[in-house]
Design a protein. Structure first.
Length: 332
């Protein structure tokens, strides 16, 4: 095998000291623009790859960050993960990815591993009831960005979609299309503090001038199967139901399948609204009306928040709330 190119090889070709090459590679300053250009050209020509471990010892940064997600069954998350990874790469950082299946114990193991590998920071879609776990790492000095939850601690930032407003928007749309008997299939995995969709649904019903009242909020697993089971239960308990707001698009698609299997037409007999706007939403029949969550904007906001925490440790950051929009299609 050919010998690996070293920092000293670059220095010899340029005619400067190894320390000067190190300053250029690590962007430490103390060199002229002409020297910088010569060093970078030599790095390119020789194919020099900086030793990230050695750089970390100097800069106290590893150039790596972690992305900790829940399950992989919902297509929304992999799409967001790809966007976050792209943004991290543009910032010159390597992304470590781990899935926790929304298990607090698994999340604890993942964070312990990332901490031991000296990542510069983490972006977390938190498992149930793990805010204390995350704020604990932030107080120890690890920059942490939490997605779709709220907490306060040094070295911590929160980025969320305005899901309460989105749920209210979906509910008002159902009421405006003359639906009177509405139900919601919510998520059994959401703790009370994160039931923003439920709060938005119930608030819109209370504030409505249509004289409608919610029939039931039923909590199921946020999957296609959960949506099917939830819709069957709602139809059994409330045969008059004519509008459904679903926790996410997978639940909504399951609800439409169950409605069809029981002889209910969508949207003629029962209208359905989802949330997320995954790619599948526009491909099913009927195409799904949904609340669109801007995935590229989320990716940009969380990576910017993490960058800011890394560059200015301990600085307070206000929570970021990302607006959502209603996309009307055939299911309503």
């Amino acid at each position: 095998m050919p010998r690996e190119v070293t920092l000293r090889d670059v220095a010899t070709q340029v005619g400067v000291s190894p320390r000067t090459v190190s300053r250029v590679v690590n962007d430490e300053g103390g060199f002229s623009e002409a020297t910088r250009q010569k060093v970078l050209e030599a790095v390119e020509q020789l194919g020099y790859q900086p030793n990230m471990l050695a750089r970390g010892l100097i800069t106290r940064r590893s150039g790596t960050v972690g992305l900790v997600g829940g399950g992989m069954t919902d297509p929304f998350f992999p799409a967001v993960a790809e966007g976050i990874q792209r943004k991290a790469r543009e910032a010159g950082r390597t992304m470590f990815f781990a899935s926790t299946d929304s298990d607090p114990a698994r999340q604890a193991d993942v964070l312990k591993s990332l901490w031991s590998h000296a990542v510069d920071g983490v972006i977390v879609f938190p498992a149930l009831d793990t805010i204390d776990q995350l704020t604990g790492y932030a107080r120890r000095g690890l920059p942490v960005v939490i997605v779709d939850d709220q907490a306060e601690a040094p070295n911590l930032a929160c980025v969320s979609f305005d899901l309460e407003a989105g749920a209210a928007m979906a509910t008002r749309h159902l009421l405006d299309t003359r639906r009177q008997s509405l139900g919601m299939i919510a998520s059994s995995l959401s703790p009370p503090r994160r039931r923003n969709r439920e709060r938005g649904f119930l608030r819109a019903m209370r504030e409505s001038g249509h004289g409608a009242s919610p029939l039931e909020v039923l909590r199921m697993l946020p999957t296609v199967e959960g949506g099917e089971a939830g819709m069957r239960q709602l139809l059994d308990r409330h045969p008059e139901i004519d509008g459904i707001f679903a926790y996410n698009d997978l639940v909504a698609i399951g609800a439409m399948r169950a409605a069809k299997s029981q002889g209910r037409r969508v949207p003629d007999d029962v209208a359905v609204v989802g949330c997320d706007d995954i790619d599948m939403s526009s491909l099913v029949t009927p195409a799904l009306t949904t609340i669109r969550l801007d995935r590229p904007l989320l990716s940009a906001e969380v990576t910017q928040a993490l960058h800011d925490l890394i560059e200015a440790p301990g600085s307070p950051r206000r929570p970021v709330m990302i607006p959502v929009e209603l996309v009307i299609r055939e299911s309503t």
